[in-house]
Design a protein around this ligand. Sequence first.
Ligand code: PRX
Length: 647
Amino acid sequence: MLDDRLPLNARTFTDERVSPSESFVEQANVTADDLSAFSGREGWKRAAAFLDWEEEFDRVFEESSGEFFAGGKLNAAANCLDRHLDERKNQRALVWEGQRGECRTYTYLELFREVNAVAAGLRSLGVGQGDAVTLYMPVVPELPVTMLACARLGAPHVVVFAGFSAEALATRMREAESAVLVTCDGYYRRGDAVSLRNRAETACVSLPDDVTTVVVDHLGTATETPERNSHRYNRLRETHAGERVDPVVRESAEELFYIYTSGTTGTPKRVTHTTGGYLSHAAWTSHAVLDIKPADTYWCPADIGWITGHTYVVYGPLALGTTVLLSEAGIDGLSRTKPWELIERHAVDIFYTSPTAVRTFVKAGSEYPDSFDLSSLRLLGTVGEPINLRAWRWLYEHVGGERCPVVDTWWQTETGGHLITTVPGVHEMKPGSAGVPLPGIEAAVLDRDGRPAEAGSGGYLVITEPWPGMARELSRGERWAARDDEAVPDLSAFEWAYPTEDGAVVDETGYITVLGRVDDVLNVSGHRFGTMELESAIVDIEGVAEAAVVDAVREGQRVMDAYVSLTDDATETEMMRETIFDTIEGTIGEFARPARVVFTPELPKTSSGKIVRRVLTDVGSGEEVSDTSAVANPEVVGEIRSSLNIE
Ligand code: PRX
């Protein structure tokens, strides 16, 4: 039942509408007329026009292959750098603030030179078109530089978030068949030095083939290594400084990068983004939704290791030739004043963040933003999760001064870029609701049988027309309808459809409020966790019989809990609990550490043996368990409640 799967937290809906300020509308990149001129598949030419093509495409969409801009050829790095040199070579492209107060800036010309040197260096190590290069670094300038160097060579990059463990890194490298790794010695995390180099080495020794490694000296601890296959980044770029690498011209549908995300299986899922379709989508939505202009300073504190960082830190903003602020510390690593200090000091125009970050700001108090001059801001945006009304209003009032529209952008790793949101100079905002499908996007909220859900009642969010930013895996015409899966409605009425596996509600005016995942994927603090991935790590521990990982809402934040039952010969000790935490940190990373590990003699199950996660989520959220009729062993609910000291 869908109702069982819809996320529980009681969301308050509002019919309130907020109009964008006149001052914003007057200068907005996109007007209502622009939107009405964009229609159907041919409309996507408008997105492609944001790029320079080496060879013009001859078809917007090729039905048989599912390719956008077929026949077109281009290079992504040339679109982010080379073509800006005439007009803005001395404009800053990147402004980086390190954890220890360092600041580095790169103009477009400097970034162009850097990228060429690193591309020449990688080429000297044998990297060529189609070779997957893994990047495992925190947010340091070398990360976007190396991404663009790979793009220049036509080598797909695979950025692995630096919080992932050695094992998680190795799994991704193995799947991507990547034989080159660019990493760094380490980074500071909440004041402690974390060695990335050690983790990278552990990963490499577990791989079947030799890996060529390039190490960025970020902490000053990268030592000369005698190993044949290990190189220092700085030495490599100095050796190749001044060299030029001709951008490798790629077909529109050829891959720009792979990124791994969590799905409903036990292993991470590869998502492939294309050169022409993805980059057009990234550039067009950066223009239309984020309203980016070349003269802006734009800040999105998302880690580059996730899709948001790829599309809306690196590719979209640089394709438009703007100045991008990078902060090594994510929002959770910044002090209470720092975000506002950075916005004031760099005169940030656009701030694109996550609802989790906003809730952290709300908790800290409005006196922090209120004591800084945030008048440079023009637009605010959120991504990654639904935003609750209180957080929305706080952001709008205390950060945006009721002058800046807030775009609540719905999209996914698989979609490449925004699909549902408001266009800030055109649409009214409805706090808590993402908005409407962008032009060219066809979205529907369907019931289980594939019929449009009634306005106001929950259903499955499905995209029914292809779009340029979609992952290549989606264009291959996979027949979702054949899946016997509760997270997918009946799609047999559609030629092609992509079930997003999100639940949503549409109102009478077509505004879509996204509720959250309906599959076995959790979204916690904007990070995606496959329950299977975590559970299979836990059940591998000796003494564990079964495990269920579920989300819960406590103190307004979504957290993740693990419920574990042990075999008869094992005992519930603190040591066992620590082993479970350590195992998750070892197989995935510290960021996946559950808030609680709760031991229970049994998990709540249906008579056919399926775990009823909803019950665990209710208990973990401190809520009444509304309905246990589907649970064959309801007594465990009471046992779990008493072990958690819930009356
Ligand atoms: O559940 C939706 C939620 O994030 C999921 C996608 O996660 P991921 O692929 O990691 O990408 C996150 C960054 C794009 C979606 O299936 N989500 C994303 N944006 C929103 C959202 N939920 C509600 N409102 C949003 N604006």
